[in-house]
Design a binder for this molecule. Structure first.
Ligand code: NAI
Ligand code: OAA
Length: 340
């Protein structure tokens, strides 16, 4: 963001004193896992967001340093760092949006599901605290395996009596970001103008980019090229894991994607019309209880889950092929959350 844009946003917010009459609300955002590979750049990007008035950075380690660092940036959000269990309540208190990139990342040779044993417990505990301290917040789940961690969160909230399906989102924006980038490169179109819906889930073949609905449309791509673009999008995470060779998975592109999705959620909360993003949410678009598709965001979170539109034969086959894996990932999450 240009300094002049930042300055004018800051001035605007000061003048309006975050008053709801002007449509500019005071918004508290909490990031859980804020000192991690994703958490740090995501904290930076959310600090730059003029819609954020208070930024709460929570992790089990290292948050004082991250918070001190980010807090020196001259943008409106007031930053506070919180560390360890006994500070989680204050970190979450009054949050409008909670973003969760807490948990371990993949190493080469692992699937996202291999992270389940560690991350499922982390997510369960954090969601138990969300139900207690900010039950009305929108929750953006980044921690993998997203196909299971979102159902875990839903079950935790149901048990606590706070579940609202409109407020829980699996963040699949990175799949859209990748599909846009790869499509623009192959179709030789301006990436700034590109959009590609990505549906299904967030792991391997459950990631289904709908290149037939990409805009701007092009006839320049062969069936083989569409197939290759689809595979690259599905394996984008693995491409990064292998390139990082044991040092983790996507962090910078994920922080960007998380910031884009978080910003869309805040705009929706603030009543900005026509905010549509793909996200993994409770859904009736297919027979699966959770599914990623385009979602219209509004003042209460999900305003409308949009359908799949017209699919090609290749995409129809991709959709049928992903259902088995996605169903068992959902069931695994539900079963875990309901263990005593
Ligand atoms: N949804 C998506 O598209 C993507 C998801 N991810 C996932 O995001 C997660 C985080 O990835 P990285 O930031 O690279 O990992 P990282 O290991 O660099 O950071 C994770 C952070 O979580 C913290 N943490 C662990 N337990 C915690 C707890 N109970 N409460 C609060 N914080 C806790 C750690 O201290 C660490 O700072 C992984 O599960 C990864 O697979 C990564 C990329 C894309
Ligand atoms: O691949 C991973 O493990 C991290 C991730 O979800 C992604 O980059 O899409």
């Amino acid at each position: 963001m240009r300094p002049s844009v930042m300055r004018s946003a800051a001035q605007l917010l000061r003048r309006r004193n975050y008053s709801s009459a002007s449509g500019q609300q005071a918004r508290k955002v909490a990031i859980l896992g804020a000192a991690g590979g994703i958490g740090q750049p995501l904290s930076l990007l959310m600090k730059l967001n003029p819609l954020v008035s208070s930024l709460s950075l929570y992790d089990i380690a290292a948050t004082p340093g991250v918070a001190a660092d980010v807090s020196h940036i001259n943008s409106p959000a007031l930053v506070k760092g919180f560390m360890a269990d006994d500070q989680l309540a204050e970190a979450l208190d009054g949050a409008d949006l909670v973003i969760i990139p807490a948990g371990v990342p993949r190493k080469p040779g692992m699937t996202r599901d291999d992270l389940f044993n560690i991350n499922a417990g982390i997510v369960k505990n954090l969601c138990t605290a969300i139900a207690k301290y900010c039950p009305n917040a929108l929750v953006n789940m980044i921690s993998n395996p997203v196909n299971s961690t979102v159902p875990i969160a839903a079950e935790v909230f149901k048990k606590a009596g706070t579940y609202d399906e409109k407020r829980l989102f699996g963040v699949t924006t990175l799949d859209v970001v990748r599909a846009r980038t790869f499509y623009a490169g192959k179709a030789n179109v301006d990436v700034n103008t590109v959009d590609v819906p990505v549906v299904g889930g967030h792991a391997g073949i459950t990631i289904l980019p709908l290149f037939s609905q990409a805009t701007p449309s092009t006839n320049a791509l062969s069936a083989e090229e569409i197939k290759a673009l689809t595979k690259r999008t599905q394996e984008g995470g693995t491409e990064v894991v292998e390139a990082k060779a044991g040092k983790g998975s996507a962090t910078l592109s994920m922080a960007y994607a998380g910031a884009v999705f978080g910003d869309a959620c805040l705009k929706g909360l603030n009543g900005v019309p026509d905010i549509v993003e793909c996200s993994y949410v409770q859904s009736t678009v297919t027979e699966l209880p959770f599914f990623a598709s385009k979602v219209r965001l509004g003042k209460n979170g999900v305003e409308e889950v949009l359908g799949l539109g017209q699919l090609t034969q290749f995409e129809k086959e991709g959709l049928e092929a992903l259902k088995g894996e996605l169903k068992s990932s959902i069931e695994k999450g539900v079963a875990f959350a309901n263990l005593v």
